[in-house]
Design a protein around this ligand. Structure first.
Ligand SMILES: [Fe+2]
Length: 198
């Protein structure tokens, strides 16, 4: 039954990408891959992880960000995504415990002092790959090409630091540290653009 809901959540997230994007589709696929890799690593150390909850959380945590941006309410995207998730879950047969866990995956995906669950902590760490990995950085440049380079560089620098500081798992910090350093260097070079006139 959770499988059906996963299809619903994924369908909704992808449909929104196609309708309003951002987020680009890769901003679902990339954290999904990162989250599943991290879950595997934690499981290999004896930690129990419900990967269905993680998958649902990744699909839904930013599912209304495109709509929020369109309405000029980016800061409300977590609230809006939660409302949409509640609406989708109300029509499903997902159990109450799983629903509460998925809600927290959405609510806490930008980081929190104490995570509700391991699944929620995984979603938060995976979200960081959107801006703190080389792959995420390249997707951002490709997908936000209507923003002038310098402005985009500033935006990405902000996101890079925010996401680097939100990481809690050493496994992710170790994986992302060299990428974080490279992105920082690239942004520094962009600051010293050689283009004299535009
Ligand atoms: Fe978000």
């Amino acid at each position: 039954m959770m499988k059906n809901f996963l299809e619903v959540a994924k369908d909704f997230a992808y449909t929104e990408c196609a309708r309003v994007g951002p987020p680009p589709r890769q901003h679902i696929d990339l954290p999904m891959g990162a989250a599943l890799k991290l879950a595997k690593e934690l499981e290999s150390k004896g930690q129990l992880v419900n990967t269905n909850i993680v998958r649902a959380g990744i699909c839904l945590m930013d599912c209304m960000i495109g709509e929020a941006l369109e309405q000029g309410r980016l800061e409300d995207h977590v609230k809006m995504s939660l409302e949409k998730a509640n609406e989708l879950m109300a029509q499903s047969d997902v159990g109450e415990e799983a629903k509460e866990n998925i809600r927290h995956c959405i609510l806490e995906h930008h980081g929190v002092k104490k995570f509700y669950s391991i699944e929620s902590e995984i979603c938060c760490n995976a979200d960081c790959y959107k801006f703190a990995s080389v792959e995420g950085f390249i997707y951002a440049f490709r997908n936000l090409s209507d923003i002038p380079e310098k402005k985009l560089a500033g935006l990405l620098r902000e996101k890079l630091e925010e996401k680097w500081n939100a990481l809690t798992f050493d496994f992710c910090k170790d994986e992302l540290r060299p990428q974080y350093e490279i992105i920082k260097k690239i942004l520094r070079y962009l600051d010293n653009s050689l283009v004299v006139e535009k």
